[in-house]
Ligand binder design. Structure first.
Ligand SMILES: Nc1ncnc2c1ncn2[C@@H]1O[C@H](COP(=O)(O)OP(=O)(O)O)[C@@H](O)[C@H]1O
Ligand SMILES: N[C@@H](CCOP(=O)(O)O)C(=O)O
Length: 306
C-alpha cells in the first residue's frame, strides 16, 4: 500500500520585537502518515494531542479541503495517522504546523503542484500572520511580511549558530486570547522605536552578534509588556537565564512558553541549573530546523528527522 509521510516542524515566533514577522523553525515535529483508504479517517498516536475529530471534521482535513476547493479539486479519501511532538497552545506553533500539514496534504493527495509562494499565501492568510507558518514551511530563521499587493515576502536565513532553551509550563494559552490583550494601535514614537529595535535584532543575528541580538530581543515594546503578566515567572526566568549565560530570553510566540537563545552547545549546562530552580517547567534544549516541511513517499519515518 502506498504511504506518504508529511513532517512539519514546530516554530517560535516574534523573538521579542519581531512581532508577527520573525520566526525560527525548531526540531520538534508534527508528522502525518497518509495511506490510501475508502473513507477519511484520522488516528492520533501522540499523548500531546487531545481527543480530536477522527473524520471529515478534523482541523487538518478542513484546511486541506479549503485549499483543494480553491482549485475546484476534490481529495481522494485517506487514512491519516497523526503524531505530534508539539504541545498545543503553548506558543510553539502547533496551529501553524497543523495548517502547513493540511496544505501539504492537499498538495500531495490532490496533486495541486503548489509553489512555495502559494503555500505561504494560504498558510499566512489562514493563520493570520506569516511568522510561524513561514518557519514551518521553509525552516531556518525567517523574516516575513505582508506586502501592499496582499501577498507575502519572506527571507530565510540558515546560518544561526545558537541553541534554544524552552521553558514549557503545564498550562495552555490560546493565541487568540493572548492577542486580545494587545493595543489596537501604537504611537509613531513607539512604532519607530519598536521597529528599529527589531531591525537591529535581525542585523545582529545575521552578523552573528548574538550578545547584541539578545539585548534587542529583551527590548520589545510591541507585545511583551502586555503579555508578560499572562506568563508565569517570566521576568525571573529571564534574569536567571541571563545570569547563567543566555544571550536573551523572550515569550515564545504568544506564550506561555518562554524561550532563551543560548550559546551553541551550552544548552545542557544552563538547563541543568534551571531545572533545579524551576521544576514547574519542562525545560528542553531545542535546535534550529533547517528543512521546513518534508514530504516522502514510502520512506522510513526515522530517516526524515534532521
Ligand atoms: N495537530 C493538530 N491537529 C488538530 N488541531 C490542532 C493541531 N495542532 C494545533 N491544533 C489547533 O490549534 C489550536 C492551538 O493553536 P494556538 O492557540 O494558536 O496555539 P499554538 O501556540 O500552539 O499554535 C489547538 O487548540 C487546536 O485547535
Ligand atoms: N506573532 C504571533 C505568534 C503566535 O505564535 P503561537 O506559537 O503562539 O501560535 C503572536 O504573537 O500572536
Amino acid at each position: 500500500m502506498n504511504k506518504l509521510v508529511i513532517q512539519v516542524p514546530a516554530s517560535t515566533a516574534n523573538l521579542g520585537p519581531g512581532f508577527d514577522s520573525v520566526g525560527i523553525s525548531l526540531n520538534r515535529f508534527l508528522t502525518l502518515k497518509v495511506y490510501e483508504h475508502h473513507e477519511w479517517k484520522f488516528e492520533q498516536i501522540s499523548t500531546l494531542l487531545p481527543p480530536l475529530p477522527d473524520n471529515d471534521d478534523h482541523f487538518i482535513l478542513q484546511i486541506a479541503k479549503q485549499v483543494a476547493d480553491h482549485y475546484h479539486k476534490s481529495l481522494p479519501p485517506c487514512r491519516v495517522v497523526v503524531d505530534s511532538e508539539i504541545p498545543l497552545a503553548r506558543g510553539l506553533g502547533s496551529s501553524a504546523s497543523a495548517v502547513v500539514a493540511g496544505i501539504e496534504l492537499a498538495n500531495q493527495v490532490g496533486q495541486l503542484s503548489l509553489t512555495d509562494q502559494e503555500k505561504l499565501y494560504f498558510a499566512s492568510n489562514i493563520e493570520g500572520h506569516p511568522d510561524n507558518v513561514a518557519a514551518s514551511l521553509f525552516g531556518g530563521l525567517i523574516i516575513a511580511t505582508k506586502n501592499k499587493e496582499n501577498g507575502f515576502e519572506v527571507v530565510p536565513f540558515y546560518d544561526l549558530m545558537v541553541d534554544f532553551l524552552v521553558f514549557i509550563p503545564n498550562i495552555e494559552l490560546k493565541t487568540d486570547d493572548a492577542r486580545k490583550v494587545l493595543p489596537s494601535s501604537y504611537s509613531r514614537q513607539d512604532a519607530v522605536r519598536g521597529s528599529a529595535t527589531s531591525n537591529v535584532l535581525i542585523a545582529a543575528l545575521l552578523c552573528g552578534q548574538y550578545e547584541l541580538a539578545g539585548k534587542m530581543m529583551e527590548q520589545d515594546i510591541f507585545h511583551e509588556p502586555y503579555r508578560s503578566e499572562l506568563i508565569p515567572h517570566f521576568h525571573e526566568v529571564r534574569e536567571a537565564a541571563k545570569t547563567l549565560g543566555a544571550f536573551g530570553t523572550v515569550i515564545s510566540g504568544a506564550g506561555p512558553t518562554i524561550i532563551s537563545l543560548v550559546p551553541y552547545g551550552d544548552g545542557e549546562r544552563i538547563a541543568k541549573h534551571l531545572r533545579a530552580i524551576y521544576p514547574q517547567f519542562q525545560i528542553e534544549i531545542l535546535k534550529m530546523n533547517r528543512n521546513g516541511v518534508v514530504v516522502e513517499y514510502d520512506a522510513s519515518y526515522k530517516a526524515l528527522k534532521s
